[in-house]
Design a protein around this ligand. Structure first.
Ligand code: AMP
Ligand code: ZN
Length: 471
């Protein structure tokens, strides 16, 4: 299997650390608001990755965090805390309990989005706030090894102490250029240094003047945003694991800093073998972002009568590494194509001419697998699905079995499609008609066809027998 690795900037043969098993960590959502459909692309991508690996026979363990603390609105450790922003928006008192309540509310919404999109919920899905102890242990390790320093607002990681800091950037020059946008904090030793622990300021009136935060050896505060992903991934997956996923915006700062703090704490390289990033969903020409307020939720799609799975289907029409521009016409096109697919599948599933048990077509499966294993090329994998449905040389039962097998990865919901059963009366008339045709009694056969039509069903003769569908 070939996967594109951001670390080396090329497609590489994927070989897991432990034979037959793959350990994946995915950066999860920040739950101060609903997820937008751009965010959801990151989770559709990680789901396809997991299912492709499983389809290839690997046992996959996937872990994901829910960021419910410590994420400031700027990557440069400045700006307001996103959860605080959420509490203020909802006019709730600033307490840790209310923060947790807010996180739980949006996490439930997030999980229902995942279910609607046929995304498998990761085996380990946890709130970052339940792992503050592990964060503190990791910061203490870095402190003991001399990688940290203290400023008036927190404990920072000194990036210049790590010779290959910024390796994910593919070279120092690029990193310097892109990091130039990071605001200078005069107390930082290097512009890229980042907070491992942030001290809490005495709260304003919304917190009743309380100091909001967690106890630590450095005083009350919050873990830095990056540390949760190092601490949680290492807790569940070990100090080195196979694949780390996230949106491309996380690569320059969040993932760069995850590598720094993890590798310096453990003295093991590499922290992760494959870094995989999905491109953005743009909306109106710019990246869809929660902070801009101009975003679409999955609910905005379903309230228009378009299914959530049509959005998944639309995403799969492009490679996860291609930027896509969301527009309603394209999504409606995907919905129509999906309905056509459902219609074709329905014909297979309701056909009485073939036995239920078919076999997976080795020819089509080989093609399907080879496209997916070429860096998750879902657009080409979808062409295999259409091709087999059109192929007249494959029996209906084999088609059905093969298509259902493909759907284990694609997740278009074929298995649970509500198949409208053809009434027994129609099936009997169709059988009678089949017999009339065999007996070359074309008048009778034609009359039976008309009768079937008058009852709201249509019958087509194909090489593989009669196909009945609703008019
Ligand atoms: P957040 O909830 O902001 O922490 O983001 C959750 C995931 O969505 C992360 O992996 C982000 O990189 C990803 N993401 C954010 N915005 C977009 C977008 N417009 N398109 C695709 N992925 C995005
Ligand atoms: Zn993360």
């Amino acid at each position: 299997m070939q996967l594109y690795n951001t670390l080396t900037r090329k497609k590489e043969e994927f070989v897991p650390i432990e034979e037959g098993r793959v350990r994946i960590y995915s950066c999860g959502p920040t739950v101060y608001d609903y997820a937008h459909i751009g965010n959801l692309r990151a989770f559709v991508f990680a789901d396809i990755l997991q299912k492709t690996l499983e389809y290839a026979g690997y046992k996959v363990k996937r872990v994901m965090n829910i960021t419910d603390i410590g994420h400031l609105s700027s990557d440069a450790d400045s700006g307001e805390d996103k959860m605080t922003k959420g509490l203020l928006r909802e006019r709730k008192e600033l307490t840790l309990k209310n923060m947790r309540g807010l996180a739980e509310f949006y996490t439930e919404k997030f999980k229902s989005d995942l279910r609607a999109l046929n995304i498998e919920i990761p085996e380990e899905l946890h709130f970052a706030s339940d792992f503050v102890k592990e964060d503190i242990e990791l910061v203490k390790k870095l402190e003991e090894k001399g990688y940290t320093y203290k400023t008036s607002d927190g404990i920072y990681f000194e990036t210049s102490k790590m010779p290959d800091y910024g390796i994910l950037w593919g070279g120092k020059t690029t990193r310097d250029k892109d990091h130039a946008r990071i605001t200078e904090n005069p107390e930082k030793k290097n512009p890229e240094d980042f907070a491992l622990w942030k001290f809490s300021a005495k709260g304003g009136s919304a917190s009743g003047g309380n100091v909001l935060g967690f106890e630590s050896p450095w005083g009350v505060g919050f873990p830095g945003w990056h540390i949760e992903c190092s601490a949680m991934s290492m807790k569940f997956l070990g100090e080195q694991f196979d694949i780390h996923t996230g949106g491309i915006d996380l690569m320059p700062t969040h993932h760069t800093n995850e590598i720094a703090q993890s590798e310096c704490a453990t003295s093991k390289k590499p922290f992760v073998k494959f870094w995989m990033h999905n491109e953005f969903v743009d909306f109106g020409g710019t990246k869809m972002a929660k902070s801009s307020g101009d975003f679409l939720k999955l609910g905005n799609i379903t309230e228009k009568g378009i299914s959530a799975v049509a959005y998944r289907f639309w995403l799969l029409m492009s490679s996860y590494r291609t930027k896509v521009n969301f527009n309603w016409e394209a999504l409606e096109g995907a919905e129509i194509a999906l309905k056509r697919l459902y219609g074709l599948y329905n014909e297979l599933a309701t056909s009485k001419t073939d036995s239920e048990l078919g076999a997976i077509s080795p020819k089509y499966q080989k093609k399907f697998k080879s496209y997916l294993e070429d860096d998750l090329d879902t657009p080409r994998a979808l062409t295999v699905l259409w091709d087999i449905l059109k192929d007249e040389n494959i029996s209906l039962a084999d088609k059905k079995t093969t298509v259902l097998d493909f759907d284990k990865v694609l997740g278009l919901g074929l298995e649970n499609l509500k198949i409208e059963a053809i009434p027994e009366e129609i099936l009997e008339l169709a059988e009678e008609r089949e017999q009339a045709r065999k007996d070359k009694d074309f008048k009778k056969s034609d009359d039976l066809r008309k009768k079937i039509n008058s009852l709201g069903y249509e019958i087509k003769d194909t090489d593989q027998g009669q196909k009945i569908s609703k008019i």
